[in-house]
Design a protein around this ligand. Structure first.
Ligand SMILES: [Zn+2]
Ligand SMILES: [Zn+2]
Length: 362
């Protein structure tokens, strides 16, 4: 099968032929139908997040089940599935208390470099990002890396449920637990931020303030339900949001992973409120926030991982919200590309002006 492989970081992805083993134990072989391009892949490609190479990046994928290992009873050939990087074992203490996103055995399930090779190129082991490796015609994954979705769900849109939508909406529903009537600020209106915005709308927020430096993205933020927008290239976003809300917001979300905007998310909070950090900052960077108000104004900072998901419950729920017309997915997709267009699409992402590019496999 064909796959886009990252051989060195920073570097470009190279499309090449990879051999995939048949599924054993808890594995499921999937024919990939679509895979979205996410910023986390870009961190690996640009060398700002360490990952063992060579590897197939891509972790926002959907497809159909081709074959299952002997321990797999939950899936059958032909099932339509969406992948999620929050692979879980189902037996550790975190899994037992419902915090599958925090499973302590994830590394052993799919990322361990010591694991016997399942994907190879000329006999050389090829790693799969997040146990998925969606920039490939086939994925060999753990059964707890995927979930079944309704047959009516188009899989180019379904793929986005696995990362961007799960992270954005999940951060609102499961992480911050945004209350009806509240005021929410979202910094960064890309694939994740737009989903924080529509999650906040679904949660019943009264005001949803979108902050970005690109006018096009602020326009898109309105489509996803933002009630107000702030162009941070024109005004000071912290002062503006604090003034708009007479003292600060109830919830702020940073969906970029930039230490400057992370500090802004903290700065625009009201008293006793928490800033939620969703974007992944480059390794080695430090977040600086004023220490004095932490206790005095009782403000907090909370990181969230993958929308604190229970994805086997959450992703089918999100699929149904889409099928009911209550969750936007079509509008997230800026471009549909082939595997060979991947490097150009990442160049466009570096410029940061559009929502999501999705690889569609024929
Ligand atoms: Zn992602
Ligand atoms: Zn576990």
């Amino acid at each position: 099968m064909q796959a886009a492989i990252l051989e060195e970081a920073p570097g470009e992805l190279v499309v090449d032929t990879v051999s995939v083993d048949r599924p054993i134990d808890d594995e499921v072989l999937i024919q990939t139908m679509a895979c979205g391009l996410c910023h986390s892949d870009l961190h690996i490609i640009d060398g700002t997040m360490a990952f063992p190479l060579p590897a197939i990046a891509g972790h926002e994928a959907a497809g159909t089940v081709q074959a299952v290992g002997p321990n797999v009873t939950e899936f059958a050939v032909g099932d339509r599935v969406v992948g999620c990087l929050s692979t879980f074992c189902g037996t550790c203490l975190e899994c037992h208390v419902g915090r599958t996103w925090a499973c302590v055995r994830r590394g052993a399930l799919n990322l361990a470099p010591t694991r016997a090779p399942r994907l190879t190129r000329n006999g050389e082991k090829i790693m799969q990002m997040a146990g998925l490796g969606g920039f490939a015609e086939e994925m060999l994954v753990h059964r707890n890396s995927i979930v079944k979705v309704p047959d009516e769900l188009p899989l180019d849109r379904g793929a986005l449920l696995g990362c961007a939508v799960m992270t954005g909406v999940g951060s609102v529903f499961n992480g911050a637990k945004v209350e009806p009537g509240s005021t929410v600020a979202v910094i960064g209106c890309g694939g994740i931020g737009l989903n924080v915005i529509q999650g906040a709308v679904l949660a019943g927020a009264e005001r949803v303030i979108a902050v970005d430096i690109h006018a096009e993205k602020l326009g898109l933020a309105r489509v996803f339900g933002a009630t107000e927008t702030v162009n941070a290239s024109e005004v000071d976003p912290v002062g503006t949001v604090v003034e708009m809300t007479s003292g600060g917001v109830d919830y702020s979300f940073e969906a970029i992973g930039n230490t400057k905007t992370m500090a802004q998310a903290y700065g625009m909070l009201g008293m006793g409120r928490t800033a939620y950090m969703i974007g992944i900052a480059p390794e080695g960077t430090t977040l600086e926030i004023p220490a004095s108000p932490i206790a005095r104004v009782a403000k907090g900072v909370q990181g969230l991982n993958m929308g604190s998901n229970s994805f086997k419950r959450d992703i089918p729920m999100l699929a149904n919200l889409y099928l009911q017309g209550r969750l936007l997915l079509d509008e997230l997709i800026a471009a549909r590309i082939g595997l060979d267009g991947i490097n150009e699409a990442y160049d466009r992402m570096r410029k940061g002006t559009e929502a999501r590019s999705v690889i569609v496999f024929d």
